[in-house]
Write a protein that binds this ligand. Structure first.
Ligand code: ADP
Ligand code: MG
Length: 147
């Protein structure tokens, strides 16, 4: 098992560098579950990742809430960004086609992965935890790889 990795983001101006570190730590995995409370910085970080992967349009520009945002990076492959916050059961998650997306082999970045329950295969999912330092507002990301 690969040991956990951590990335520290001192403040939001350092996020591009953190995104590039993260990409170096992806290790060929495609499914990343982002855990952390509301306001931790999950959406902000995933948007920074998308930017680094060559997604042209600024995804933060979208005014409407979406459970799934589909981006296309410079590789030409889709990148799926899920926000499962408003879904209330595994069944609702499954109804979005979630399983096909995570099995597609394309990158999937998932906010509120607990909503997906057992739909996520722990042997193929990198669990990412975002913690906020209450004094400095710095973020620490921890990546936990499958066993
Ligand atoms: P989440 O998706 O986890 O609910 P957001 O990405 O929407 O969180 O971020 C919430 C707030 O935290 C935003 O105001 C954003 O500007 C701020 N923020 C996000 N990432 C960082 C960071 N690395 N350092 C400082 N502030 C951040
Ligand atoms: Mg969010």
């Amino acid at each position: 098992m690969k040991a956990p990795a951590t990335i520290t983001i001192a403040d939001e101006t350092r996020i591009a560098d953190a995104a590039s570190q993260f990409i170096d730590l992806m290790e060929g995995y495609t499914v990343f579950a982002f855990n952390g409370p509301m306001g931790a910085g999950k959406t902000t970080f995933i948007n920074a990742l998308a930017g680094h992967l060559g997604v042209a349009a600024d995804p933060t520009g979208s005014p409407t809430f979406a459970i799934l945002n589909e981006y296309v990076g410079s590789s030409g492959k889709p990148i799926y960004h899920f926000d499962l916050y408003r879904l209330e059961s595994e069944e609702e998650v499954a109804d979005t086609g979630f399983i096909d997306y995570v099995d597609s082999g394309n990158l999937c970045f998932i906010e509120w992965p607990d909503r997906a329950g057992s739909l996520l295969d722990p042997s193929a999912t990198v669990e990412v935890y975002i913690e906020v330092d209450p004094l400095t507002d710095a973020r620490t990301l921890t990546l936990r790889y499958p066993e």
